[in-house]
Design a protein around this ligand. Structure first.
Ligand code: FNR
Length: 369
């Protein structure tokens, strides 16, 4: 059998140093856990066990859940954060553990904007009817956004002033410094799924008339400022990535051509890892099914220089399917989310199936694959 592309190591280039080498091309995408019931954004032993098991499972890059750059930017009060030093200390043993099992540790920095202050998406809360915006009695807080459009059926957000935008950019920068101190190898900027950055990017949610709204140049200004602020503080030997919603799947919304254009600009700033998801503004209008977002990754990959690491995500569940995406040049790697929740050993099983080297802990040598 020819060598598997999925299990060929790859290096995400960095501004200085050797770059971030991944042992294979299977990435764990960020997945909110909503387990922090102390409401302090401090990760717990759950994050250690959960993310650690993904490192055991053979993932080459384990990206921690959407981690808020500011308390008000949490999707729910059970989210993780990086807005204070207590959180940094709690992340440290987690990043060390992930690395000690051969994976790189990534974190998705995030701000939910108007989609903050919800109950989070936990089955047990949904069963109690606790969905959508947190009530005031349950501790709901004021949310902030690009412009106050009602697209989500959530409590309306407050339109950010230019001063609030500047202060928010500063939050991203401080969180990036803390991500470094916490030992993360890669930051993934969350620009997808209808959260704050996407709320600025999309003409559906951004109706501002100042320098942050209107033209493509203006709608992308907040993102460009965030990226530039992070680039200034993020060590040059560490890798920088971003997750986009490549498509709103709606006429007059944020389209793949817009994503390709901004991805090309951000490459110039030093972003080298690009993960292509979709949607999140208002109701879902897109296609679904196996690999449905792969064409978005392909479009970005075609537009970027060869050394960019572009990953596809969304209903990639099977080793042969993943290998095919790479062999046909549609992406450089895959992110496998829900299938990993069902089977944290997904990469090792895929390696077995494709005749490649597994990377489980040695004490699992008698495992059945
Ligand atoms: C997610 N997803 C997600 N995306 C993101 O950018 N940040 C996040 O924190 C989360 N949180 C999250 C939690 C849970 C429980 C799920 C299932 C999903 C989306 C996720 O990263 C991925 O893009 C989708 O699940 C699609 O990929 P799969 O699951 O089809 O491989």
């Amino acid at each position: 059998m020819p060598e598997s592309k999925l299990f060929t190591p790859v290096t995400i280039p960095t501004k200085a140093g050797k770059g971030l080498t991944l042992r294979n091309r299977v990435v764990l995408p960020p997945m909110c856990q909503y387990v922090i019931d102390k409401q302090d954004g401090v990760p717990t032993t759950w994050q250690l066990a959960h993310l650690g098991s993904m490192a055991h499972g053979g993932f080459s890059l384990v990206i921690a859940e959407a981690t808020a750059v500011a308390a008000e930017g949490r999707i729910s009060d059970r989210d993780a954060g990086l807005w204070n030093d207590q959180q940094v200390e709690a992340w440290k043993p987690i990043t060390e553990y992930i690395r000690s099992h051969g994976a790189a540790a990534g974190v998705q920095l995030a701000h939910a904007g108007v989609k903050a202050s919800t109950y989070g998406w936990l089955k047990e809360l949904e069963d109690q009817g606790k969905v959508g915006s947190l009530s005031a009695e349950d501790g709901g807080w004021e949310t902030f956004t690009s412009s106050a459009e009602d697209l989500y059926g959530l409590n309306p957000g407050t339109e950010m002033t230019v001063e609030q935008i500047a202060s928010s950019v500063q939050d991203w920068s401080e969180a990036a410094k803390r991500a470094d101190a916490a030992g993360f190898d890669l930051i993934q900027i969350h620009a997808a799924h209808g959260y704050l950055i996407h709320q600025f990017l999309s003409p559906l949610s951004n109706k501002r008339t100042d320098q942050y709204g209107g033209s493509f140049e203006n709608r992308t200004r907040y993102l460009r400022e965030v990226v530039q602020a992070i680039v200034k503080v993020w060590p040059e030997h560490k890798a920088l990535g971003i997750r986009f919603s490549g498509e709103d799947w709606v006429d007059g919304g944020w389209r793949i051509a817009d994503t390709v254009k901004i991805a090309t600009e951000l490459y110039e700033y030093g972003v080298r890892a690009f993960d292509l998801s979709s949607a999140g503004i208002g109701a879902f209008h897109g296609p679904t099914g196996p690999g449905y977002q792969v064409p978005l990754a392909q479009a970005v990959k075609q537009a970027l220089p060869e050394d960019a690491f572009v990953t596809a995500v969304g209903v990639i569940t099977d080793a042969v399917q993943a290998e095919h995406i790479l062999v046909t040049g549609q992406a450089d790697g895959v992110s496998v989310g829900r299938a990993a929740l069902g089977d944290p050993q997904w990469p090792n099983r895929a390696a077995e199936q494709l005749g490649a080297q597994k990377s489980h802990p040695p004490q699992y040598w008698r495992g059945r694959w």
